[in-house]
Design a protein around this ligand. Structure first.
Ligand SMILES: Nc1nc2c(ncn2[C@@H]2O[C@H](COP(=O)(O)OP(=O)(O)OP(=O)(O)O)[C@@H](O)[C@H]2O)c(=O)[nH]1
Length: 429
């Protein structure tokens, strides 16, 4: 008969060393505490060393002795729960013997005999500090993003494939819809149709540079906006954050600057710079179409005394009134410009006969001659008009203006309040 006792002892020793090898190889912390006394009967190296012991010195120590008073105070309720036969899982902070702070996930599993009586409990601990810190970093950065989003005075939205996921209050104010009406709808619903392809291409190209477009307000208004989109999120779950900046004020300022570069700020009529660009263009067109153009040089009569006696304000008001009257005395397609001081230029296009010119000149003289109200009274004014014709009196804008100016001077020397036709001016030296 073989000596089975020796074989059993060997088998036990072998399986015990296998269990120890396995327990010491896994990344988790493992221990076994017996029922009642709560003394440690087994611990892998990680568990023992984590708590400042060795796998040998930890044996026979109570939970309280192993983990220290502070941790015991924290986990006592969990120990009570496992003692009542429940499986328990919780996360807690643990200060290691070297003072390091760790976050651990603890699993307590009751161990019962085949008859159901409790024998002890397995403790399985995973150090989840790195995972927890990474999650906290994400949570913190999401929280920061959220705070930033709500503090921003610029509209912000998040979308995935053009479907709005979230919006801030500034966007709600900008578009006039409550957040609940924006979330879940397509971004393009809030963009006028003529901007759809621009916005679509921009998103498709994953462009992150600012670009200008328009947004559609709930009341149907279009709002000029600058959009900046940034890709965020993870591969496979890519979202875009879009900052929507209302640039109405910027656009208006830009338009005003552009307007002022080419217009007189007092009367808002086109200025000399505008004329320099306009005249060659209009003459080239007239040349192509074989049409006539008339250039009318206008200078107010006796304007200086108005300034001198009634003040500059009266002079300004008069210039504005004259500008309005000249404008309304000609066709929409004709140009009225302020040449400087009390001088205006009227350009008539599509002139067919001398009769057209005469009729226009008389209409202009008539329009300005009617007294202009000023404060309690009125001011009567007249003007002198010189007219040059393209191509008869000149080929270029310069020649035509000089011819008209000379004709205006003639009208003025004859007493003003009249118009005179020009002549081809002598060539410039
Ligand atoms: N209020 C006002 N006056 C201006 C402005 N620009 C020029 N003037 C004045 O317009 C006057 C133009 O001078 P003139 O053409 O010699 O004056 P005038 O009395 O009409 O002389 P005649 O053309 O010979 O009849 C000057 O007194 C300028 O100071 C302006 O923007 N506002």
């Amino acid at each position: 008969m073989p000596d089975t006792g020796t074989t059993d002892a060997n088998t036990h020793e072998v399986s015990g060393s296998i269990i120890r090898l396995v327990a010491d190889s896994v990344p988790a912390l493992m221990a076994y505490y017996e029922w009642g006394s709560l003394r440690c009967r087994f611990a892998n190296r990680r568990y023992a060393e984590y708590n400042g012991w060795t796998p040998e010195t930890i044996l026979g120590k109570t939970v309280r002795e192993v983990i220290g008073e502070q941790a015991w105070a924290m986990i006592e309720p969990q120990v009570d729960a496992v003692c009542q036969g429940n499986e328990v899982r919780y996360v807690r902070r643990q200060t290691l013997p070297d003072g390091a702070e760790r976050i651990v996930e603890v699993n307590l599993v009751p161990h019962c005999s085949a008859e159901g009586s409790q024998l002890g409990a397995v403790v399985l601990i995973n150090d989840i500090t790195d995972h927890w810190m990474a999650e906290r970093t994400i949570r913190d950065s999401e929280e920061r993003l959220r705070k930033f989003m709500y503090a921003s005075s610029e509209g912000i939205l998040f979308h995935r494939d053009g479907l709005i996921l979230d919006v801030n209050d500034a966007l709600v104010r900008l578009l006039g819809y409550p957040a609940s009406d924006l979330i879940g709808r397509k971004t393009l619903e809030f963009v006028p149709a003529r901007w759809h392809s621009t916005v679509y291409k921009y998103v498709q190209a994953r462009n992150e540079e600012p670009f200008e477009a328009e947004a559609l307000h709930r009341d149907g208004r279009t709002i000029p906006v600058e959009l900046v989109g940034k890709a965020i999120g993870r591969p496979g779950d890519e979202q875009r954050l879009v900052v929507v900046r209302d640039i109405t004020a910027r656009k208006q300022a830009q338009e005003r600057i552009e307007f002022l570069a080419l217009h007189d700020p007092l009367t808002e009529l086109p200025n000399r710079l505008y004329l320099n660009e306009y005249l060659p263009r209009i003459l080239a067109q007239a040349r192509r179409q074989g049409q006539g153009v008339a250039v009318m040089f206008i200078d107010l009569d006796g304007f200086k005394p108005v300034n001198d006696t009634l003040g500059h304000d009266a002079g300004d008001a008069l210039l504005c009134a004259v500008a309005r009257r000249l404008r309304s005395a000609v066709r929409e397609s004709d140009l009225v410009a302020r040449f400087g001081g009390d001088e205006f230029l009227v350009i008539l296009t599509g002139v067919v006969s001398a009769h057209d010119v005469e009729r226009a000149a008389r209409a202009l003289l008539e329009a300005v001659r009617a007294p202009i109200s000023w404060r309690d009274g009125s001011i009567a004014l007249s003007m002198s008009v010189g007219v040059s014709l393209f191509p008869r009196h000149g080929e270029t804008g310069g020649e035509l203006i000089r011819s008209a100016d000379a004709a205006m001077y003639l009208a003025k020397t004859e007493g003003g309040n009249r118009w005179r036709l020009g002549a081809r001016p002598p060539a410039l030296p």
